[in-house]
Design a protein around this ligand. Structure first.
Ligand code: 13P
Length: 287
């Protein structure tokens, strides 16, 4: 059964480790992530962006697939199914469809609007038992080849949002989705420290987990990060392994074109990436 991310993240914050959010795109992704979480006895968060939800034909399909898989695979570790960077309407749809956690990304609104909309969702999520992630200070990333530098959140605005009763808070600390550019200045630990001082026990979320050096990940965890999002890195591992299979001509040998064979190296590569992250984040054997 899916669970809210509240308990796993409170434990992670108190225990000084982080739970990974791994974004899913299809059955192979979901199966790979769930099997590694179970193998390593780690709690896990399956992230679904609005685009990925649409790709999988809608949130109900996602809920049906994940619930079915958890039962068939006999998953015993805590699993949260979480909307990533949701709009207000997206959150409502996911709550209705049976997600156990949602993120409302109001970081592009003026702070007063972000507060007002987040507040409404706090009440709704509390009523239904879902965890809610809010965001302050937008996270940079690449869009159409233009890389936006990650903003640094205002710690007072973080406190204002945290005080609304959200479960976890994503604060921009110079992090970026996708690959980091050559001239990236690194995470702003000064901002993270200031945010944690204002928000206390609130589990903090680090987006853009792909390509952040290990020492920065560890330092971020020591400063209150309890959830780390990884998406692009699984996509890169999957693509590289699939490319290798095809370049070696394996799809042309025997029944190598069978999707269960063609997609297997990619799925194994996702598993290896997830294993590495769970080890780095310290969430193994914490289920
Ligand atoms: P990456 O794609 O950089 O790993 O970021 C994932 C993320 O933050 C999803 O919200």
């Amino acid at each position: 059964m899916l669970v809210s991310a509240k308990e796993m993240l409170e434990k992670a914050k108190a225990g000084h480790y982080a739970v990974g959010q791994f974004n899913i795109n299809n059955l192979e992704w979901t199966k790979a992530i769930l099997s590694v979480a179970e193998e390593m006895k780690s709690p896990v968060i399956l992230g679904v962006s609005e685009g990925a939800g649409k790709y999988m034909t809608g949130y109900k399909t996602v809920v049906g697939m994940v619930n079915g898989m958890m039962e068939e695979m006999k998953i015993t570790v805590p699993v949260a199914l979480h909307l990533d960077h949701g709009s207000y309407e997206g959150c409502l749809k996911c709550i209705e469809a049976g997600f156990s956690s949602v993120m409302f990304d109001g970081s592009h609104y003026p702070i007063a609007d972000n507060i007002a909309k987040t507040k409404e969702l706090v009440a709704l999520c509390a009523e239904k038992g879902l965890s809610l992630e809010a965001e302050v200070g937008s996270i940079g990333g690449e869009e159409d080849g233009v890389v936006g530098m990650g903003e640094c959140a205002d710690p007072d605005e973080c406190k204002a949002i945290a005080d609304l009763g959200v479960t976890m808070l994503a604060a921009g600390i110079g992090n970026i989705h996708g690959k980091y550019p050559e001239n990236w200045k690194g995470l702003s630990f000064e901002t993270l420290d200031a945010v944690q001082q204002k928000t206390g026990v609130m589990p903090l979320v680090l987006h853009g987990g792909t390509g952040i050096p290990e020492d920065m990940i560890k330092k971020a965890i020591s400063l209150g990060v309890a959830k780390i999002n990884v998406n692009t890195e699984c996509q890169l591992s999957f693509a590289a392994a699939t490319r290798k299979y095809i370049e070696e001509g394996k799809d042309l040998q025997g029944k190598g074109f069978d999707p269960r064979k063609l997609l297997a190296p990619g799925a194994e590569a996702i598993k290896e990436t997830v294993r590495e992250k769970i080890t780095l984040f310290g969430s193994a054997n914490r289920a």
